[in-house]
Design a protein around this ligand. Structure first.
Ligand SMILES: Cc1ncc(COP(=O)(O)O)c(C=O)c1O
Length: 778
């Protein structure tokens, strides 16, 4: 193995293809070793035997042979070796970076656990170094490759890095790397105990076996102060795993210079890995033209590029990997103006307001619905019950995607099913066969039903159900209870001469644009109030096409309410439509109808049925569906493949894990916890209600309620939670997360109670009354 001075034309070609239209002009090498022969015993590094000094200048020149970036900054640290004179090496590296490094380049100090702690502290506090590089060879055991993290990165180093907001560059060892449970436990504990220390896990957390990355990186997904560097990893699988599990904001490019300049690559072999170098394969290896092995640095770059392409990263993501993430990681040690300005969601929200009507398509997602002053508004990624905002701050989210998500965000099984569909193509002239498989599944789940139709959203599917009912009966009147979407048939209720619906919808949700001719076609009734249903039906006379209702929302039916509604509807010649858009899969499997033991004529699903992908379905009795066949109900994207692929995966998972029951039980724990917490803070006058799977919590403070609610949202966000007055429990909310939420809510409520008692709600919340959500009929 030899440090390569000259690249072959083959190397140049490979490198040119790897960097073309990929590499940013300015890059930051987060993992690079300058070298000076004087600091080591003779022949400590055989591959550098004829080299005396490789400093910052040589580093940049070497990389620029195949990475034509205009500027290359570096985080430099000496090569850890048993024989290294660490003192001399560290002093030289710091001086070299000062003299020859770019202004943004920085140095790390190579430290052994046996080093003098106060000397290390002095060096770090002086600003000479922005952190520490540790290595297993300094651990006090013969088999250093089995060293635990603490054996070469002991607690005192973490304490010091926490104090100085320094970086720890750590190459973990032990077979299994991040899959090793001792490594996982150490890193989780230490990163949590010292949150201001910034951990860089070298070599994708030493995933020379990409399998370690796939399986092990999950252990640090919620460790906010840990990132990985790409150095010397030569397999795109490892990078793909890192991008998928950690996201592009936690992946930093590094070269591992001067290892990057060796010919070879590391490959996964079974559970471990093997370094291929030409000299290992053929002892008589000479001419580079006889091999296709190129430089480690070029291999790594090609693989990284492939992973970025496969993951569909944007140029912005790639710039982050090569530059922005390094600057953010080193921010405490760099001039403020060098660090990319953080995008605050609120600024983007203000821009959105100017170019998107309403800011975004769903009223309930508007920042003002939560807290106009602090709501992060936008996400960069989401996974399980967690959401990362534009600044990569992580939150545990109990608002459940405004009720659309039951399993968890980016559920792996649903994502895999959708990814398969996307990979194979999701839309073409022919029909997606999964439509049929899904229809048969849905019909089997609803023994009274014979046919289905698909839509791509809840309101969409509800409108379809009303059209079907109207087509099948030849009538137009609808008596309804609950919320059913934005369409004309529903908002027509507000066209009445009376104010029947005005009290139930948001102020400003006037039926503007809804034809006045629809007046009188939709009439609301109240849940558990048979007399109001009678009144609605009476109002519609002999024109009742359908009774449409949410089967349950905030209360359970009393006195066989649903059976009575169904009977009354059918007696009046109407079709009984149950809207399971929110209740479906959440309050029972396949819906609330199974919990309540009812058999409607049409059942409508969306939201949880596809767990975050656009979809909706109407499941209906055969005769009714056939009677509506003559009605033109047709749309291009109702045939897209993504929704059915997602729905099939969701149904399979929800059924096999018993998710509906699980969520009901876990939500029960949450609801009880909220009630106990409410009792501890009487000044807040909290009312906890809703179903166990969807507890609700509101402040009974009259005109002050919106102020208290805003403060609650804001203070919970500061504690790392996204909440609204509705808690949508997901499978991804395990008991530990529920307990975390309850603890945070209790602390928050203690603060709000004090503010209420001091009469300072208006002052503290800083807002007048915000927009309020729907007051629902059901
Ligand atoms: C019961 C019910 N029906 C219909 C809808 C409308 O669904 P979408 O927002 O997907 O159009 C909703 C949405 O909240 C709902 O809760």
């Amino acid at each position: 193995m030899k440090y390569l001075e000259t690249l072959t034309s083959r190397d140049q070609q490979l490198a040119a293809a790897a960097v073309a239209d990929f590499l940013p002009q300015e890059i930051y090498d987060i993992h690079t070793h300058p070298y000076h022969a004087d600091h080591f015993a003779p022949n400590a590094w055989p591959f550098l035997s004829d080299k005396k000094v490789l400093g910052c200048v040589e580093h940049r020149a070497a990389l620029q042979r195949y990475m034509p970036a205009k500027k290359i900054h570096g985080l430099y640290f000496g090569m850890p070796h048993k024989t290294a004179d660490r003192g001399a090496m560290n002093t030289w590296v710091a001086g070299e970076v000062r003299a020859q490094g770019t202004p943004l380049s920085r140095a790390l100090m190579v430290v052994s656990p046996s080093d003098n702690q106060s000397a290390v502290a002095t060096a770090l506090r002086s600003g000479q170094f922005c952190g520490i590089k540790v290595y297993h060879c300094y651990s006090q055991r013969p088999d250093t490759m089995n060293a635990t993290v603490e054996e070469f990165a002991p607690e005192w180093m973490w304490e010091l890095l926490h104090e100085t907001r320094g970086v720890l560059l750590l190459h973990i060892v032990r077979d299994g790397a991040m899959e090793d449970t001792s490594n996982q436990a150490s890193l989780r504990r230490l990163c949590r105990a010292y949150p201001q220390a910034k951990l860089i896990l070298a070599h994708v957390a030493r995933s020379f076996s990409y399998r370690n990355a796939r399986k092990g990186l999950h252990a640090i997904a919620d460790i906010d102060n840990a990132v990985i560097d790409t150095s010397a990893i030569c397999e795109s699988e490892a990078f793909r795993a890192a991008l998928k599990i950690l996201g592009p904001r936690r992946v930093l490019w590094g070269s591992d210079f001067a290892i990057s300049e060796l010919r070879g690559r590391c490959v996964t072999t079974g559970g471990l890995f093997f370094w291929l170098h030409p000299e290992l394969i053929r002892a008589d290896y000479k001419a580079p033209s006889s091999t296709d092995l190129t430089l480690v640095g070029i291999e790594s770059l090609q693989s990284l590029r492939e992973a970025c392409e496969d993951t569909g990263l944007t140029q912005g993501d790639i710039n982050d990997i090569f530059m922005g993430n390094a600057l953010r990681t080193l921010a405490p040690h760099l001039p403020a103006e060098a660090v990319p300005a953080a995008d605050t969601g609120l600024e983007l929200w203000q821009r959105a307001r100017t170019v998107i009507s309403g800011g975004t398509g769903l009223l309930s997602k508007r920042a003002e619905m939560f807290d106009a002053k602090s709501w992060p508004a936008y996400f960069s990624r989401c996974s399980g019950s967690e959401v990362w905002d534009l600044q990569d701050r992580r939150y545990i989210d109990f608002a459940g995607g405004v009720g659309a998500i039951l399993l968890g965000y980016a559920d792996p099984d649903v994502t895999a099913a959708v990814r398969r569909r996307l990979t194979l193509g999701s839309y073409c002239t022919l029909v997606n066969p999964q439509e049929v498989e899904l229809a048969e599944t849905l019909v089997a789940l609803h023994p009274w039903a014979g046919k289905v139709r698909y839509a791509r959203g809840g309101g969409d599917a509800m409108t379809m159900s009303v059209r079907i009912a109207r087509a099948a009966t030849g009538r137009s009147g609808v008596a309804f209870c609950g919320y059913h979407g934005w369409h004309d048939w529903y908002l027509a209720a507000n066209l009445g001469e009376t104010d029947a619906l005005n009290g139930h919808l948001l102020p400003g949700l006037e039926p503007k644009g809804v034809p006045r001719e629809l007046k009188g076609t939709s009439v609301p009734f109240r849940y558990n109030d048979l007399a109001s249903l009678e009144a609605a039906i009476a109002k519609l006379g002999d024109n009742l096409a359908a009774v449409v209702m949410e089967p349950m929302r905030s209360q359970l039916p009393k006195d066989d309410f649903l059976a009575k509604v169904a009977a009354r509807c059918r007696a009046a010649g109407g079709i009984f439509v149950v809207d399971e858009v929110t209740s479906g899969l959440r309050y029972g499997f396949p819906g609330a109808l199974s919990r309540l033991g009812i058999e409607p004529d049409l059942a409508v699903y969306a939201k949880a049925m596809s767990n975050g992908f656009p979809f909706g379905a109407v499941v209906g009795r055969d005769a009714i569906m056939q009677a509506a066949d003559g009605s033109f109900i047709s749309s291009s994207y109702w045939t897209d493949g993504v929704g059915p692929a997602a729905a099939l995966a969701v149904l399979k998972k929800v059924k096999s894990l018993g998710v509906s029951e699980l969520v009901w039980q876990r939500g029960g724990v949450l609801q009880t916890g909220l009630k106990t917490m409410a009792a501890r803070h009487p000044a807040c006058k909290l009312i906890v209600g809703g179903m166990p799977a969807t507890p609700t919590m509101s402040f009974d403070l009259g005109a002050d309620a919106p102020l208290a609610q805003t403060l609650y949202v804001r203070k919970m966000r500061e504690r790392g939670f996204l909440v609204s007055s509705y808690y949508y429990v997901m499978l991804a909310h395990d008991e530990a997360k529920i307990q975390l939420l309850l603890t945070a809510a209790d602390e928050t409520m203690g603060e709000i109670a004090a503010i209420v008692l001091a009469g300072r709600l208006a002052e503290e919340s800083g807002v007048a009354r915000g927009l309020r959500g729907f007051t629902r009929l059901a």
